[in-house]
Write a protein that binds this ligand. Structure first.
Ligand SMILES: C[S@@+](CC[C@H](N)C(=O)[O-])C[C@H]1O[C@@H](n2cnc3c(N)ncnc32)[C@H](O)[C@@H]1O
Length: 265
């Protein structure tokens, strides 16, 4: 099944005024005339004034090969987090529930981990979302090279999701919450757009679990802009609970918390 913008159009709402969006040739348009372009298959759902800003430049700068080399380096990653990237992915996949229907992957990054999830669930329809156009282009290239068709790519802000309430069947977030500018707003938005009982799985690098990880976060990840914050695991569980996510099951793997939850019934 080859997904197109048309298939997903009914899910979207305008991120500025919440109007429904209608698909014209190569853009989505709100009732009040706000336009969201589809450029090379990527739907740009950021408000116009945000499209050229540098909010996410640190990820744009390293998008693609550089990012992949960094996260797949077993020595650096195990040193920093006390666990390798592939083991984290394996643990997340054990907790991951992917129902049929629309699944939001936020942030998809370069797709280095997510692409295998899309491939393993051909009956689900994935929305790969990120704020960084560079990361999205890399993810799209990876999916195309593997002939994966059950995914569409959108640029948007997790703190202002361009989806209608209760419209999405499931979601997952790998290494996102420490990179989001406002993790509370992100959890609130994910809680809003999920349908009742829909599953949500996440991985996040936590503070106060390992001395070396805390050092890396404080001295490298935050100053470089790759992390915006990092909290202890109990704070992330609270964040989920406070935003309508329940049945939280969380496991630690080094400094990484892997968890799943469900939208409150
Ligand atoms: C550490 S990367 C994780 C990417 C991927 N999930 C992975 O595991 O490799 C964090 C990602 O969060 C994205 N991001 C940061 N702020 C965002 C926002 N407000 N909305 C959506 N994505 C955001 C960045 O562009 C970056 O691609």
């Amino acid at each position: 099944m080859e997904l197109s913008v048309k298939d997903a159009a009914k899910l979207f709402r305008c991120p500025v005024n919440k109007d429904i969006l209608e698909l014209k040739e190569d853009y989505l348009i709100s009732k009040s005339g706000l336009k969201y372009p589809v450029v090379n298959g990527i739907i740009d759902l950021l408000p116009e004034e945000k499209r050229d800003d540098n909010d996410n430049s640190e990820y744009d700068t390293i998008s693609g090969l550089l990012y992949n080399l960094w996260v797949m380096n077993p020595i650096i990653i195990s040193f920093a987090w006390g666990i390798g990237a592939l083991t984290t992915l394996f643990k997340m996949k054990r907790l991951l529930e992917i129902p049929g229907g629309w699944i939001l992957d936020v942030p998809c990054g370069t797709g280095i981990f997510s692409t295998s999830v899309y491939k393993s669930k051909p009956a689900s329809k994935f929305i790969a979302m990120d704020y960084s156009m560079g990361m999205l282009k890399a993810a799209q290239k990876k999916a195309r090279s593997k002939n994966i068709r059950n995914v569409i790519f959108i640029r948007a802000d997790v703190g202002n999701l361009p989806f209608k309430d209760n419209s999405i069947d499931g979601s997952f977030s790998m290494a996102g919450f420490h990179a989001f500018p406002d993790p509370n707003k992100a959890a609130l938005e994910i809680g809003r757009i999920l349908k009742k009982t829909a599953p949500f799985t996440m991985t996040v690098a936590c503070a106060e679990e390992r001395t070396i990880s805390d050092f890396m976060i404080r001295k490298f990840m935050i100053p470089k802009g790759y992390f915006k914050s990092s909290f202890p695991p109990h704070a992330y569980r609270k964040l989920l609970r406070n935003n309508g996510l329940r049945d939280i099951h969380a496991e630690m793997a080094g400094a990484i918390m892997v968890s799943n939850a469900k939208k409150l019934d």
